[in-house]
Design a protein around this ligand. Structure first.
Ligand SMILES: Nc1ncnc2c1ncn2[C@@H]1O[C@H](COP(=O)(O)OP(=O)(O)OP(=O)(O)O)[C@@H](O)[C@H]1O
Ligand SMILES: [Mg+2]
Length: 358
């Protein structure tokens, strides 16, 4: 049995007549790192606000460690919160900022200094404790906000796009830092982002949101390799979608016949029957390219013509026109290059494709 430390049961949120979260079920284990990933307006922040107690729940229940949270006031929920622009108090030193949640909780003075130092050391900012927030870079301020959210050892830490304002390099550094803190402290973290790379990097599980509903909640590997539906396939990473009809089902293996009559084999979600319309999701990096004369057995193949090659530094994106439509392949920089107009054969292994319902 899974440890259901945190549960959302049929949680719904309406703003007036507009439903922004609908009948949402989600269970999170103690110590888990779960990202909420989805397009703008899909309800991620709203869910976090209900969890923190800043917004009421219209229907359904949120439970934490067996306790129903719906009517528990925010300050009693014992959650650390970091928001994208959750400003530090500008007139207080870094140390005072971090001490604040402890002072609010009536922690003895003698203990406060030790814990503030430990929290700041944890984010490698112990040496800046006497500075004012205005004297820190954006990334340093964000790390102070992180220290402030952790200093009172909350049961749960909620982060809403905490790295959104940082440049790429610092964001990637902070992703690794937060991941490391999560492992070291065994924190339960709910992390909102609309950056899929960030979600893939950091999470134990990713809950993919669309229009107030979770489309899929699974490990990064699972949502990327075996997306539950078209929305997830297109939202996470890049993919080619080839439409066809199911012409055979054997265990988890599906045969898909394309409009031009060619047949491709790939793994697929359960539940397909012969005759169903279906889509093959094929990631660009799972495609290999060959010359038209190469012998290829035991692989799925498609013929096409190279329409364009885009140089991307560490790899090439190759646009190929096939009878099944335009397909993008992503090949290593060292692979053979094909002039525009050349005929190529695309191949992929059945385990590298994934068949989903249209
Ligand atoms: N206080 C409010 N009153 C009315 N509607 C609101 C309120 N807060 C949010 N909404 C609406 O609820 C929907 C979900 O908003 P939410 O902030 O949860 O989205 P999000 O997934 O966090 O998006 P983003 O990635 O842009 O932050 C949006 O359509 C938004 O306009
Ligand atoms: Mg938001």
């Amino acid at each position: 049995m899974t440890d259901s430390f945190m549960r959302f049961d049929k949680v719904t949120k309406d703003y007036g007549s507009v439903r922004v979260v609908e009948d949402l079920d989600l269970t999170i284990a103690r110590g888990e790192f779960v990202s909420l990933l989805g397009p703008s307006g899909s309800g991620k922040t709203t869910l976090l606000m209900m969890l923190a107690g800043f917004e009421s729940v219209t229907a359904g229940a949120i439970t934490l460690d067996g306790q129903r949270l719906n009517d528990v006031p925010t300050y009693k929920r014992d959650m650390g919160v970091v928001f994208q622009n959750y400003a530090l108090f500008p007139h207080m030193t870094i140390a005072r900022n971090v001490a604040f949640p402890l002072e609010m909780r009536g922690t003895p003075k003698s203990e406060i200094a030790t814990r503030v130092k430990r929290a700041l050391d944890m984010v490698q900012l112990g040496h800046l404790s006497d500075r004012m927030p205005g004297q820190l870079s954006g990334g340093q301020q964000q790390r102070v906000a992180l220290a402030r959210s952790l200093v009172f050892e909350p049961r749960v830490v909620l982060m809403d796009e905490p790295l959104g304002a940082l440049d790429k390099q610092l964001r990637e550094q902070m992703q690794l830092d937060i991941r490391e803190l999560h492992h070291r402290l065994g924190l339960t973290i709910i992390f909102v982002t609309h950056d899929q790379d960030e979600a893939l990097t950091m999470s134990d599980r990713i809950a993919v949101f669309n229009k107030g509903q979770i489309q899929q909640c699974a490990s990064p590997r699972q949502v990327y390799d075996h997306p539950a539906n078209r929305f997830v396939a297109e939202f996470i990473g890049e993919t080619n979608l080839l439409a066809g009809k199911v012409s055979g089902v054997d265990g988890g293996r599906v045969a898909l016949t394309l409009p031009d009559g060619s047949v491709l084999q790939a793994d697929g979600a359960p539940g397909f029957s012969v005759g169903d319309d279906a889509l093959l999701s094929l990631r660009p990096e799972r495609i290999d390219l060959h010359g038209p004369a190469d012998a290829l057995t035991g692989l799925n193949t498609l013929r096409g013509d190279v329409a364009d090659t885009i140089y991307q530094g560490d790899h090439l994106r190759i646009v190929i026109v096939t009878a099944a439509g335009r397909i993008i392949a992503r090949v290593p920089r060292k692979a053979a290059e094909w002039p525009n107009g050349s005929q190529v054969v695309l191949s992929f292994r059945p385990t590298d494709g994934w068949v989903i319902a249209p």
